[in-house]
Write a protein that binds this ligand. Structure first.
Ligand SMILES: Nc1ncnc2c1ncn2[C@@H]1O[C@H](COP(=O)(O)OP(=O)(O)O)[C@@H](O)[C@H]1O
Ligand SMILES: [Mg+2]
Length: 341
């Protein structure tokens, strides 16, 4: 990595981490710096997804060795403008070609996809939304509190998938990135609401400080919720588990309701009118149903056990996530046994 030109560019999207994208295709990795527990949660979830959902595209994600850590710290510190907090930790993420959904909407590129590609895309989004309940994630498409009779809370973050398309505007692949729970909706982390300032990479260093609990999570906090009661991390995780339980046994009408909520959120980013929204809602529903069925049939515990062995000293937060996933998988096993009886 020697030479005069710094070979990475900080991503202008996102905000919970400092994500550096390679400027040359000879570097196959994205380097993302974030507090250690967030790095662990991302590695944990991505590895779990990669092992379990082999039909989906999940980038390879790796921790770095002590030696590489020192080299990266030195390399990035030579670029004062990057200003990475001392206690931030890098992970390597396989670089994927594509444009995140948010950008694809902003640039209108999404509107040049074929009708077939739109339907496939929305089926994919629905399926991914369902699986995200397994890792307690509401930082992509699935709203929070779908189990409750009260209004579900939407926090759509379409920066967390990448769309790759062919020249003929057919959908090539949907890549799942930033796979981790929404930290402030999962742990005892305080909410911060500074969306407008977070999306700029210039001066973004001011937004960071060295405390884990006050790390910037503004990318995840883009839908302010008024009058929200501050819940404990434990209660938040209980709610996520209730969402999973609701989803796995939801009747067609329940799935339809979720599909409509997701559609409304994504459509709020469209810059043009969509002619047949019902067809897209239908595709979301198809994807959600696919996820619901797969979750009732698949054995996930071996995959979780394998990922758990990747590290012997997981942080307390990653341990809470591991426990959550274990509980979620236990629930799936229970309903699998029940349906066999
Ligand atoms: N593996 C990757 N390949 C290509 N682009 C990526 C990759 N990971 C992230 N990006 C780009 O960087 C942006 C921010 O990354 P993300 O991991 O979502 O950070 P944050 O946790 O701050 O939201 C994404 O929206 C995407 O555009
Ligand atoms: Mg993100």
């Amino acid at each position: 990595m020697e030479g005069t030109k710094f070979p990475f560019q900080k991503s202008a999207s996102g905000g919970s981490g400092q994500t550096f994208l390679p400027l040359s295709r000879t570097i196959p990795w994205v380097i993302k710096w974030q507090p250690i527990y967030q790095a662990e949660c991302e590695v944990l979830c991505s590895k779990f997804y990669k092992r379990t959902f082999t039909h989906l595209s999940v980038p390879q994600v790796e921790f770095v060795s002590e030696e590489t850590l020192k080299k990266l710290q030195q390399f990035f510190s030579q670029r004062p403008s990057t200003n990475i907090p001392k206690d931030y930790h890098p992970i390597l993420i396989e670089y994927k070609v594509g444009q995140n959904l948010k950008k694809a909407c902003e640039t209108n590129n999404i509107f040049s996809l074929s009708s077939k590609a739109w339907l496939t895309l929305f089926e994919n989004l629905g399926e991914i939304a369902g699986y995200d309940l397994l890792i307690g994630n509401c930082d992509r498409f699935i709203p929070e509190n779908i189990h409750s009779t009260k209004q579900a809370i939407s926090r759509v973050n379409s920066g967390n998938i990448l769309i790759e398309w062919n020249n003929d505007k057919a959908l090539k692949t949907v890549h799942l990135i930033d796979n981790a729970p929404h930290f402030s909706s999962f742990f005892d982390v305080k909410e911060k609401r500074s969306r407008s300032s977070s999306s700029s990479s210039i001066g973004a260093s001011n937004l960071f400080n060295n405390s884990q609990d006050s790390s910037n999570e503004s990318s995840q906090d883009q839908s302010p919720v008024q009058n929200q009661i501050v819940l404990s991390g434990e209660q938040k995780r209980k709610n996520r588990l209730a969402d999973l339980k609701y989803f796995t046994s939801a009747p067609k009408e329940g799935i339809q309701k979720i599909a409509k909520l997701i559609y409304k959120d994504i459509a709020s980013e469209f810059t043009q009118q969509i002619s047949q929204p019902d067809k897209l809602i239908n595709s979301l529903e198809k994807g959600l149903t696919k996820a619901q069925l797969k979750m009732k049939k698949t054995k996930f515990m071996d995959e979780l056990e394998a990922v758990k062995k990747e590290k012997s000293d997981w942080s307390p937060q990653a341990t809470l996530l591991l426990n959550f996933m274990e509980e979620a998988i236990n629930h799936l096993q229970e309903i699998q046994t029940t349906s066999i009886k």
